[in-house]
Design a protein around this ligand. Sequence first.
Ligand SMILES: Cc1cc2nc3c(=O)[nH]c(=O)nc-3n(C[C@H](O)[C@H](O)[C@H](O)COP(=O)(O)OP(=O)(O)OC[C@H]3O[C@@H](n4cnc5c(N)ncnc54)[C@H](O)[C@@H]3O)c2cc1C
Length: 378
Amino acid sequence: MNLNFSETEKMIQKVAREFAENEVKDLAELIDRDSIFPEDTFNKMVKCGFTGIGIPTEYGGSGGTDIEKVIVVSEIAKKCAATAAILSIHGIFGQAILKFGTDEQKSKYLPLVANGGKKGAFALTEANAGSDAGAVKTRAVLDGDNYILNGTKCFITGGGQADYVMVFASTDTSKGIRGLSAFVVEKGTPGFSIGKIEDKMGIRASETVELIFDNCVIPKENLVGVEGKGFKMAMISLDGARIGVAAQAFGIAEGALEEAVKYMKERVQFGSPIASFQGLQWYIAEMATKTETAKWMTYRAASLRASGENHTKEAAIAKLNASETARFVTNLALQIHGGYGYMKDYPLERMVRDAKITEIYEGTSEIHKVVISRAVLG
Ligand SMILES: Cc1cc2nc3c(=O)[nH]c(=O)nc-3n(C[C@H](O)[C@H](O)[C@H](O)COP(=O)(O)OP(=O)(O)OC[C@H]3O[C@@H](n4cnc5c(N)ncnc54)[C@H](O)[C@@H]3O)c2cc1C
């Protein structure tokens, strides 16, 4: 196992770091305050090829694997977690089509989401089906050449902007999770509308919405994979998505650590920079240790996924650990800023708010412990 970046990976990191510094950092405060979806930044990420990472070049993507994705998402998360979340979650749609879609679906959707500026979303959660994803009530009934969808999804990231949504619905309610199936629903389909737009604690520039399907008719060709395999497809998709959340989380931690180090060298109390106080130096040591650990566990999961090996346990461990690290490191980084950290003049209060979501979405920490313990206990 090679723990050093290749020359290509180093180059991608440099490009992503410069992009985050020049195109992302200065907007972070504004788009958080006013909950603005960063459309221009998204389009620039398309131009840079970031949205195409992990999609083969034959489908208009940039090629590459989850390792490159982790590099880019984490670099962006250092400066703006919401922008990183938008990029990371957009990618789940394309990955699901790549893995489970028909040749027609791949040819139709992949070039558009990889480099055509179209956006994807992933809609599994419902009001009474969160951790218990098998309790989905949205129904899809085959009627001639169409499926008719009825139901409501909640908390869907980017659902309002998405051109294509991967929707999980039951095609046979008597079979529980074995009755779930996946469908592509395109923006503008009659019967498909956006409901409540959530007012959130963090990642505020990434819109989170309710999606309503009211006798929404979609062609039967929009079924992804086969009927009844939707739950398995969702879980496999989440293995990849969790590596994306881990990348967001350790990126947030790296960003907070950088801010803490900078501030400690500038801030003077008792006649010395606060960096000279051993109590705070020990904070930095703990923050750096946890951040490095989170980073390399995430790359380990990404490298297993890149080589096609099973990575369910490793992705869950990486996500659980990185998200706890993000919470720990952002809290200490705010503490190091004292009262100034509590004010919006500094980015720490935003980073603390943004870090929290990484412990909740794509499966809560508790559900990750269920996944990990199952894998370990057998
Ligand atoms: C900002 C945001 C964006 C999101 N984006 C998306 C998206 O794009 N697509 C999508 O489909 N979903 C999305 N979600 C939904 C998210 O994945 C769910 O919120 C999450 O899986 C938890 O479900 P829940 O909120 O219903 O909590 P619940 O499942 O009701 O959990 C409540 C509490 O009980 C605990 N718990 C539940 N079951 C167990 C158990 N078996 N053992 C121990 N503890 C348990 C949980 O860990 C949690 O602490 C998003 C959520 C948020 C907040």
